[in-house]
Design a protein around this ligand. Structure first.
Ligand SMILES: C[S@@+](CC[C@H](N)C(=O)[O-])C[C@H]1O[C@@H](n2cnc3c(N)ncnc32)[C@H](O)[C@@H]1O
Length: 288
């Protein structure tokens, strides 16, 4: 199995455990109660009336559709749709004449999203199993691509950006909330234990913007930023990392098990190192 396939397999296993367990922002562990992510994501009234399971199993880091200009009748695709919170919000916006497609690789997430869409009574949502690096979506068919805290997890981000450019109609737009990092020390970026917590795989805002432009997208800009403080970074990490994790032995990447470092993960120490250097950014882009 290639390294990229192995990373995806491990990320998928991680999110299977996360959605089955009782906690979580952007992953699942033991300390932080479910719903934690939604609190910081800025959903506000957008989640009113949605199934509680969809809100509790929100693993995002923003509200990609907040203040968006999505119109009735349009087609939205959500990359890494998880348990479906953004699919439901999109389905309300596009209405019965519009369509929403979620793409996710994790069976347990797909099952949750389908159940949540059924509970909410939306017939305009479809969830397809697939990877965001090779979207099961027709070329030039989509008005909006959205995604929430997923692309940082991809080991092949350029492929994801190329796929976004492929599936958008000319004039179609992208709104993506994701984690970015700046000046994070190498030992944090190399900690595979922090990969699924959306820290180790994250790139800088500038790298993100440049990669979107290289993919041929226009009007690339950052529309919102939410900087995580010490307590929030600590909670993010504690929500991800198993209690018995060591610095090299619990992450999803193939090299993670089991290297030299067997020191336990110290979430407070990591948070002290990366607080104010990790934030959620909302990226906008348009296909020319
Ligand atoms: C952090 S969760 C975010 C879920 C959802 N967007 C939300 O806001 O609640 C990441 C999700 O992306 C999916 N995922 C991660 N990498 C993926 C990939 N390369 N292809 C498809 N799905 C992926 C996982 O299965 C998981 O459901």
């Amino acid at each position: 199995m290639s390294d990229s396939k192995q990373v995806r397999k491990s990320v998928s296993e991680f999110y299977t455990r996360a959605v089955k367990s009782g906690s979580g922002c952007c992953g699942g562990g033991k300390v932080v109660p479910k719903g934690f992510a939604a609190q910081f994501a800025g959903y506000g009234d957008d989640v009113a009336g949605l199934p509680a399971d969809a809100v509790a199993n929100s693993f995002g880091c923003g509200n990609p559709l907040a203040f968006s200009e999505v119109k009735p009748g349009e087609m939205v695709v959500d990359l890494g749709s998880g348990a479906g919170i953004d699919l439901l919000i999109a389905a309300r916006k596009v209405g019965p004449t519009g369509r929403v497609i979620g793409v996710d690789m994790t069976d347990e997430m797909i099952a949750r999203a389908r159940a949540n869409a059924a509970e909410a009574g939306f017939a305009n949502i479809e969830i397809r199993k697939g990877i965001i690096e090779d979207l099961p979506v027709e070329t030039a068919s989509v008005d909006w691509v959205i995604s929430n805290c997923v692309i940082n997890l991809s080991p092949e981000k350029d492929r994801v950006f190329a796929e976004i450019a492929r599936v958008l109609k000319p004039g179609g737009r992208m709104l993506v909330s994701d984690i970015v990092v700046q000046d994070v020390p190498a030992w944090v970026r190399e900690s595979m234990a922090l990969y699924a917590s959306c820290v180790a795989g994250a790139v800088s805002e500038a790298e993100y913007v440049n990669a979107l432009r290289r993919a041929g997208l226009a009007d690339v800009e950052v529309r919102e930023r939410y900087l995580y403080d010490f307590d929030q970074v600590r909670a993010l990490i504690e929500s991800e990392v198993p209690a018995d994790a060591t610095a090299s032995c619990c992450g999803p990447a193939p090299s993670s098990c089991c290297g030299g470092d067997t020191a336990p993960i110290d979430a407070a120490a990591i948070a002290a190192e990366v607080a104010q250097k990790v934030w959620s950014a909302k990226f906008h882009a348009r296909k020319p």
